[in-house]
Design a protein around this ligand. Structure first.
Ligand SMILES: Cc1ncc(COP(=O)(O)O)c(C=O)c1O
Length: 397
């Protein structure tokens, strides 16, 4: 049996497989410090769980409209109005089974074979594979640590061709935690409008912002860019609801209808109970979000201080999300058990076997010099993990 060329061209998600390996070791009794996870470690807030229980007891358990219930679309419209200062109609909103599913629908709806999608690297692991599954081509544009891993306008101009359909921007970024400023977005928006390309702004971490960083959207820079913008968000990260699978996207009506049509022939509606929970998340009290963000901020500060002490490592201090992406390439070329550590995957394996720390290799995010740490884990674990990391790295020197 030969599987399709399409599926053979795609890799399974690296972050999910590292997580699975860490869980496997843990199940066999080995203590693992898991810096690999891409989900908040807090429980879903109580009032959100109560709304789901009520939905079950009210028998809200049948098919819903494919693109989401009216109540949830209204809550999203209100949220987007307050976050972006722009009004959307219900026909311009799609609710899917997670933000990832929105992106999948978008790629299927927008891309013909060999259409190009510009993706600044480091990027979230799933973008290139989702594009590939739709027959599109990712055009990876590398950014620099000294630019805060942000796309420079001249690099964007250079990457645009007649086949360019879409640009993906992700701020705060997974894996770097960098956040675009208004000044950095302005020239990018000019180029988007000039070349009339669509832009997916993946804002899934926009409520997790540290210090005095200001989160800015391309819609704040120029509301007219709404014509080209697909705005992605969801409840996974903000409300610690990764397993509930609710994400949403706003954009031009014809694109949203096309995405809804694809969803109607694949998953149908997202889970009815989870939709009710998402209504409670968006409309309810936001103090749990504040509490989680302030815990992330403390951990981020600790990471920054500890990493400053680690020899030969450089990093850009994250301003949002819950990741930090340090450059460990100074350790490449070192030997362990007679084997050379040649790349981010080798160093990740070394740290998993020798220090029992799970990390994600930078190669999964398009830059092999780095490793990704998630600080979605408790301070005690972070402290212990950093001690083990330093000791394991020192053994290589
Ligand atoms: C940058 C980014 N976008 C989108 C998603 C998708 O999240 P979900 O499908 O849980 O809504 C993730 C999850 O890791 C992410 O990191």
């Amino acid at each position: 049996m030969e599987l399709s060329k399409r599926v053979q061209s795609v890799k399974p998600s690296a972050t999910l497989s590292i997580n699975a390996r860490a869980k496997e070791l843990k199940a066999s009794g080995v203590e693992i410090i898991n810096f690999g996870v891409g989900e908040p470690d807090f429980p879903t807030p109580h009032h959100i769980k109560e709304a789901a229980i009520k939905a079950i007891n009210d028998n809200f358990t049948r098919y819903t409209p494919v693109g989401g219930i009216a109540e949830l679309k209204d809550a999203i419209i209100r949220q987007f109005e307050s976050d972006y200062g722009v009004s959307y109609e219900p026909g311009e909103i799609l609710v899917s089974c997670g933000g990832k599913h929105c992106i999948y629908n978008l790629a299927q709806a927008l891309l013909d074979d060999d259409d190009e999608v510009i993706i600044p690297a480091p990027y979230w692991v799933s973008y290139p594979d989702i594009i590939r599954l739709a027959g599109g081509r990712s055009v990876i544009v590398h950014t620099k640590e000294e630019d805060g891993f942000k796309l420079r306008p001249e690099k964007l101009e250079e990457a645009i061709t007649p086949r360019t359909k879409l640009l993906i921007l992700n701020s705060p970024s997974n894996p770097t935690g960098s956040v675009y400023t208004r000044g950095e977005l302005e020239p990018l928006v000019e180029i988007i409008v000039k070349h009339r390309i669509y832009v997916l702004t993946d804002d899934i971490y926009n409520k997790i912002i540290f210090d005095d960083a200001d989160w800015v959207s391309i819609l704040h820079v120029n509301p007219d860019v709404k014509e080209y913008a697909l705005i992605l968000n969801g409840v996974s990260k903000t409300y610690s609801m990764t397993g509930w699978r609710i994400g949403y996207m706003a954009g031009p009506g014809p694109i949203i209808s096309a995405c809804t049509k694809i969803q109607s022939q694949s998953t149908s509606n997202p889970n009815s109970i989870a939709q009710m929970a998402a209504v409670a998340a968006l409309n309810g009290p936001q103090d749990d979000v504040e509490r989680m963000v302030s815990a992330f901020a403390k951990r981020r500060q600790y990471f920054v201080e500890r990493l400053e002490q680690v020899k030969f490592v450089t990093f850009y201090p994250p301003q949002g999300a819950f990741y930090i992406f340090p450059n460990f390439s100074a350790y490449y070329g070192k030997k362990y058990n007679g084997q050379i550590i040649a790349n981010s995957l080798d160093l990740t394996s070394y740290l998993m076997e020798e220090a029992r720390i799970a990390l994600v290799p930078g190669s999964a995010f398009g830059d092999d010099r780095y490793l990704r740490f998630s600080f979605a884990t408790s301070m005690t674990i972070i402290e212990k993990g950093m001690d083990k990391l330093e000791a394991a790295l020192n053994r290589l020197l």
